[in-house]
Ligand binder design. Structure first.
Ligand code: TPP
Ligand code: MG
Length: 687
């Protein structure tokens, strides 16, 4: 603290309580990161007790300032601060059991495990990037709902970022876009402590970060070591005044501040200080070294004044909302609906149905039509693409573009920044909007980190992936996804939906929008497919995950009277190839069922009775057909079955030539089907 700082002894006591709680929790857990919470305690204290408009007693207050600890490894900073300021955190059950099974004080902050945790952080760079989504959502909602005298959406988003956050590429993408969009409500601290895991950051970082952020169009203050409580508060007020640009406040802190032997060492990053060092540090703070998890009454009651202040803010806001509801009843109703995360009543009463047709239509093209239908009914549906909208066909017609200073539109232009797009879409979705982000399936590799976090948080973001196989053709193997589908399917809590035609595509969008607790990946084709008769597609095709699209039995079948000889299981653009193959097989006397499996994970979640209905155990002759890696298909085809898929990368050629070359033809599928039927017969000893 500087000499000019007005910090009282009580302020210092509060700051030191954050520090000692953090040290004690890490020590007791024998695991965690003590040094950074110790260094950043003054920042959290100033934010939560002097600057932020938040309400520990009503943590979900829609207009609260958001706080994001992008340096998620410093989780104890957040837990200590939330506890002290009156959020629902238990000292005994959570903080004293930091990092233990069942404790809500997990290793890294997890979305809403403790009220006040706005987003899951830990993978560096994600917090700052999700915060860009929050700050953007705030402006977009303000543009829609605020009216003169009624600023019902009017808050800031504060972030603490560490060296790792600054080094990660995703934050460069997100920060560049935040600068471009002029997100003045976003205020980030950069904790420049010269330490990361391997030692001094000089090992790998020599850029002038402040200059870089200035170049992005941010308002930048470098406080260096001038970081007393008043300095921090002043800098925050200055940043708040800079309304047209996001703000970065660079602070030079000292990791494990006050620890006689660990301060400024990488050793204070990821391991407990050690019993002896904890004692020495407490002594240096003027604390009793024999007290653990000690919370002085005066510190607690001082910090807990945040509850009362928050209650007042919420009461004021509710009064504002009451007047708003009188002046603008329709807007108020819609705003409340968004906050409740409810969709407009009857929005999906008439899901588009497409007539059966042999005309080839790409599912991305059908998706374009369905998106317009959905967008007209669900105003909170907003999104964009990583510079591929003319290909992903994800533009909302007449939706307007979101630009710096003009946030009322619905179409976002993320630029070629897939990873940040994922995080920003999550941020929008966590902040009352329904966000989608689109790119080619292959480029999911560039955004996996954010998609994974959406699944971990149960955040219903919609990721639209077009150009979903070698069927994209001439762009060649760099652009042709192979293992991407398997990779996405392996993410717990993510629904990967690859519709077989226009009608499944309509149901897929309906599913994605109606789902409130998990993200969806919509996997769509560049090349055309026929349109199936909508009557053949059950209304719950996506929810069930798979269904019988075409069936056939014959008398005297060895597998049983109502059981086919062979089942072809397929997704997306390969379903119609299976249909053609079934024609060939039937002509040869093999009773063939075609199963469309638009969502493998959903089918895996069905009860055994339904699974057996679609894939009768008696029919062991099964072939899966998907123009992607076969990983994951063996479960469905079994030991006797076969998989038609991709074992190598693709190649550069027209789609038709590639499908032929790699064996995605009716003839090849029929051939595989015959071989499997023969094999099953001979295994069974049939003649
Ligand atoms: C994407 C990602 N890569 C690696 C890590 C592992 N990790 C955790 S903290 C850290 C670096 C710590 O340095 P810094 O960000 O400066 O934090 P400080 O120790 O100063 O608090 C690393 C590499 C991570 N959490 N996320
Ligand atoms: Mg650091």
């Amino acid at each position: 603290m500087t000499a000019t700082d007005s910090a009282t002894a009580l302020d210092e006591l509060c700051v030191d309580t954050i520090r000692t709680l953090s040290m004690d929790a890490v020590q007791k857990a024998s695991s965690g990161h003590p040094g950074t919470p110790m260094a950043l305690a003054p920042v959290a204290y100033v934010l939560f007790t002097r600057v932020m408009r938040h309400a520990p007693g009503d943590p979900g207050w829609p207009n609260r300032d958001r706080f994001v600890l992008s340096a998620g490894h410093a989780s104890m900073l957040l837990y200590s601060t939330l506890f002290l300021t009156g959020y629902d955190v238990s000292l005994e059950e959570d903080i004293e059991r930091f990092r233990q099974l069942g404790s809500r004080a997990a290793g890294h902050p997890e979305y809403w495990h403790i009220p006040g945790i706005e987003v899951t952080t830990g993978p560096l760079g994600q917090g700052l990037s999700h915060a860009v989504g929050f700050a953007l959502a705030e402006r977009m909602l303000a543009a829609r709902f605020n009216r003169p005298g009624y600023d019902v959406m009017d808050h800031h988003t504060f972030v603490i970022a560490s060296d790792g956050d600054i080094e990660e590429g995703i934050s460069s993408e997100a920060s560049s876009l935040a600068g471009h969009l002029g997100l003045g409500r976003l205020i980030a601290f950069y904790d420049k402590n010269h330490i990361s895991i391997e030692g001094d950051t000089a090992l790998a970082l020599s850029e002038d970060t402040a200059l870089r952020y200035e170049a992005y169009g941010w308002h930048v203050q470098d406080l260096e070591e001038q970081i007393g409580l008043d300095d921090l508060e002043r800098a925050l007020r200055t940043a708040i005044e800079a309304e047209d640009r996001p703000s970065l406040i660079v602070i030079r802190t000292h990791i494990a501040r006050g620890s006689p032997n660990k301060q400024d060492t990488a050793g204070a990053h990821g391991s407990p200080l050690g019993e002896e060092e904890v004692r020495l540090t407490k002594e240096a703070y003027g604390w009793d070294p024999d007290k653990h998890f000690y919370v002085p009454d005066e510190a607690l009651s001082h910090c807990r004044r945040s509850i009362e202040r928050g209650d007042e803010l919420v009461a004021e806001w509710k009064q504002l909302m009451d007047r708003y509801a009188e002046a603008h009843p329709e807007l108020a109703e819609d705003f409340e609906r968004l906050v409740r995360r409810e969709l407009p009543q009857g929005w999906d009463a008439e899901v588009p149905r497409f007539h059966a047709s042999g005309t080839m239509t790409a599912t991305r093209k059908s998706s374009q039509t369905v998106l317009q239908w959905a967008a007209a009914r669900v105003p909170e549906l907003v999104g964009g693409s990583a510079d591929l909208a003319p290909s992903t066909l994800t533009h909302i017609e007449d939706g307007g573009d979101v630009e710096a200073g003009a946030y009322e539109g619905r179409n976002l232009h993320f630029g070629i920044r897939e990873h940040a797009m994922g995080a920003i879409v999550n941020g929008l979705t966590l902040h009352y909007l329904r966000g989608y982000g689109a790119t080619f399936l292959i480029f999911n590799d560039y955004m996996r980190g954010s998609v994974r976090l959406a699944a971990l948080m149960g955040c219903p973001s919609i990721f639209v992936y077009t150009h979903d196989s070698i069927g994209l053709g001439e762009d060649g193997p760099t652009h042709q996804p192979i293992e991407q589908l398997a990779g996405l399917r392996a993410v717990p809590g993510l629904s990967v939906v690859r519709p077989a035609g226009a009608n499944e595509t309509a149901l897929a969008w309906r599913y994605a929008i109606a789902t409130a607790d998990r993200p969806t990946a919509l996997v769509l084709s560049r090349q055309g497919v026929p349109t199936w008769n909508p009557a053949a597609i059950p209304d719950d095709a996506i929810e069930r995950g798979a269904y019988v699209l075409r069936d056939s039995f014959r008398e005297g079948s060895p597998a049983g009277e109502s059981t086919p000889d062979l089942i072809l299981i397929s997704t997306g653009t390969e379903v119609h190839i299976c249909n053609q193959a079934a024609d060939l097989l039937e002509a040869g006397g093999i009773a063939t069922r075609v199963v469309s499996m638009p969502c493998m994970e959903h089918f895996a979640d069905q009860d055994k009775a339904y699974q057996d209905l679609v894939l009768p155990p008696a029919c062991r002759a099964r072939v899966s057909v998907e123009a992607a890696a076969t990983f994951g298909w063996h479960r469905w085809v079994g030991d006797d079955g076969d998989t038609v898929g991709m074992e190598t990368f693709g190649a550069s050629a027209p789609a038709g030539a590639l499908y032929k070359h790699f064996g995605f033809t009716a003839e090849r599928v029929a051939e595989s089907g015959r071989a499997v039927v023969e094999r099953v017969k001979s295994n069974r000893g049939d003649k």
